[in-house]
Design a protein around this ligand. Structure first.
Ligand code: SAM
Length: 473
């Protein structure tokens, strides 16, 4: 089966297929893995991925389970002295000791320490990377940017709202760098369509010639030729028919500077003045006007615009063209990292103020103590959990509280009030709760306008409905 690795990567890496190399948490490098004799003109140089911290011959990454950790080659491929060629590869290969705990960006103060550790690791040839299967999310993070792209938090919400699902036919313009395209292919792909059901397809349009060619090449390389039909066209003037035929779309996404210019082509009928000028000049200049939309389905649309003025114009055009349920959403996705700063032990330290361990011995002593306290806490019966009969028996071990396993992985519970009035706080609830936000919001903040075009309802549909559900019966 020749299926895109984005849809089914199989259990292991293979030659001439795309893999995403994770160099550090946020540094990903797309690479076509080559067999030792292969000569695929992919993203990485030759058959070795060279980084400042080590060399990774493709042969070491072939036929391994996805997600495998790959150690840097102990054989000097001659790359370390070479002039740096690939920014992505140079910037980030992490080493075994330095990056397992935290990422460079998290702690600027750690950079020097980390780079010393990296150097040591390189000297030991213990640098590593992970080899990951391609997914739309990883592709969005690693793709070569040619335009602003739609990021995962936006496209996951958009695809949900426009009801993209297996079997949907989706129109997208413009294609840009293909970030949204990859996510939409996965959403509409229908691997085993039932009788009469569609396989799902994306009809994508891009008017910038170089971007169109680059995207065409990428889609081919990603095994998506049959899943995306990419057309080189200015959709404001040319509309959305493909070779004069309707894609019969039921979902639409417009990431264009002027969506209102494209909307007249996304009509059920020939647009009337003042919308008719461009539509008349399009490929759809036929006596019988052909709609690119599925006449038997309700169509869901989203437009993506950075400015409120664009939104106003889009909403106005939508209203006049018969779209309903129009609303606008702005997504401001922000990762919050929440943790407890230190686990306080009430050992003459103020909670959350001065409770850091002074040395390794003290840290070990504290951890042992925490573990013991976890066990004690989990083993303690709670109100309403005691079995009165067994409590009387005396010899029985205490009944563990319901739902709390007697191991250190017990879930948090509220602090319990001791009879003496002192509060026993479970160790995992001690320490100060710290929440750190990301310094920058990584989504391309835009306004999302959603609308619905109800399915066409003809006299024949009405008659059929009336026959099926007769009134008064
Ligand atoms: N959604 C894309 C992604 O996730 O990678 C990014 C789209 S980018 C912001 C906008 C694209 O629309 C550009 O590539 C531009 O060339 C294309 N475009 C602008 N006007 C167009 C038109 N009239 N017809 C077709 N494409 C157009």
């Amino acid at each position: 089966r020749n299926i895109s690795p984005f849809l089914d990567p199989g259990p292991r890496t293979k030659a001439n297929s795309l893999a995403i190399l994770q160099l550090s948490r946020d540094n990903l490098l797309p690479v076509y893995l080559q067999s030792p004799t292969g000569n695929h003109d992919g993203y990485a140089e030759g058959a070795v991925v060279n980084t400042r911290y080590g060399s990774f011959p493709h042969s070491t990454m072939l036929n391994v389970p996805w997600g495998s950790q790959i150690r840097a080659s102990k054989v000097d491929t001659g790359s370390r002295g070479r002039k740096r060629k690939r920014e992505g590869a140079d910037d980030a290969c992490r080493d075994a000791t330095a990056a397992s705990e935290k990422d460079n960006e998290d702690s600027p103060a750690a950079t020097n320490e980390e780079s010393a550790a990296v150097k040591k690791a390189v000297a030991d040839s213990s640098g590593f990377i992970h080899v990951l299967p391609p997914t739309p999310e990883l592709w969005t993070t690693s793709l070569p940017h040619r335009t602003q792209v739609v990021y995962t938090p936006d496209y996951s919400y958009i695809l949900h709202r426009i009801r993209a699902r297996p079997g949907s036919v989706l129109i997208e313009a413009g294609a840009g760098s293909g970030s949204f395209t990859h996510a939409s292919v996965r959403a509409v792909y229908n691997g085993c369509p039932a009788e009469g059901r569609r396989k799902g397809k994306v009809f994508s349009f891009e008017f910038h010639e170089q971007r169109y060619h680059k995207m065409k090449e990428e889609l081919s390389g990603h095994g998506m030729d049959g899943l995306v039909h990419l057309t080189h066209r200015d959709v404001y003037n040319g509309g959305f028919l493909v070779d004069g035929n309707s894609p019969e779309a039921d979902a639409v996404f417009l990431d264009l500077p002027a969506p209102w210019e494209a909307l007249p082509h996304l009509s059920r009928r020939r647009p009337q003045p003042p919308f008719d000028a461009k539509a008349a000049a399009s490929e759809n200049d036929q006596a019988e006007w052909v709609s690119p939309l599925n006449p038997k389905k309700t169509v869901y649309i989203c437009t993506f615009s950075p400015c409120i003025e664009q939104v106003t114009k889009t909403v106005s055009a939508m209203r006049r063209l018969g779209w309903v349920d129009i609303d606008m959403v702005e997504i401001a996705n922000r990762k919050l990292h929440t943790s407890r700063e230190r686990v306080g032990l009430n050992l003459n330290f103020d909670r959350g103020v001065n409770n850091s361990a002074r040395d390794v011995d003290e840290a070990i002593a504290r951890l042992t103590d925490i573990e013991n306290r976890f066990r004690e806490h989990a083993a303690k019966p709670r109100d309403g959990d005691e079995d009165m009969d067994s409590a009387d028996e005396g010899d029985e071990p205490p009944t563990p509280a319901r739902g709390i396993p007697t191991n250190v992985e017990a879930p948090p519970a509220a602090a319990a009030e001791e009879p003496s009035g002192t509060t026993t706080t479970p160790p995992w609830l001690e320490g100060r709760l710290i929440t750190r936000g990301e310094p920058e919001i990584k989504t391309h903040t835009s306004y999302l306008v959603f609308a619905v075009l109800p399915m066409e309802w003809t006299e024949a549909d009405e008659a059929a409905a009336a026959a099926r559900y007769p009134l008064g019966k």
